[in-house]
Design a binder for this molecule. Sequence first.
Ligand code: G6P
Ligand code: MG
Length: 222
Amino acid sequence: MLKGLLFDLDGVLTDSAKYHLAAWNQLATSLQIKLPPAANEQLRGRSRMDSLNLVLAYGDQQDHFTQAQKVALATRKNQLYQQLIQKMTAADILPGISNLLADAKAAGLKMVIASASQNAPTILTQLGILDQFDGIVDPATLKHGKPDPEIYVRAQQQAHLAANEVVAFEDAVVGVAAIKAAGQFAVGIGDALALHRADYVVPSTAALRLDKIKQAFNAKQE
Ligand code: G6P
Ligand code: MG
């Protein structure tokens, strides 16, 4: 029986994925690296350091920096990102999300955030929806980034639920992989081909309906 929803944040509840990409582009440009169009998909869901390593690899610069220098680069990216997100408000909640959260609350479902972003509490506060969630996994306490299942297993534990009692929402290929590795039901938001490992895919958040998701979830349990 469905008892809980686990949510990625960036690209699921709000379109902050575009700000992550813009900040990485600014950092890359300052290093004379040009990110290919594929970076838009490949950077989604990856931890800050994994993302930095990917950006440096695009420019064949992965061995050009010490660990301390990499930390400084990641900090610079985060400062650029924080400038971009500071004007976010409730108007930036993606279409369909407010209804989904309200329906889930009315159905008594537990809701936990499973975002790799250390900026998640800030963004949820700016969107005005922080208090709608029963928990947020602290990414600073994780050993592995997505596609490792660790963050989704932790989110499920914070909800005090079993893998077959939750549905998890993702826009990233590595995120869907993490959900499936955790043995949970994955809802992919975006390109059906890229997110083919998800159990249920919608082209955008506007198409999310709790009753339809429940139907697909129940069909899979039978
Ligand atoms: C999410 C985003 C990634 C981002 C990661 C870390 O997973 O999808 O693009 O790199 O969080 O975010 P942070 O805000 O801590 O740098
Ligand atoms: Mg995401």
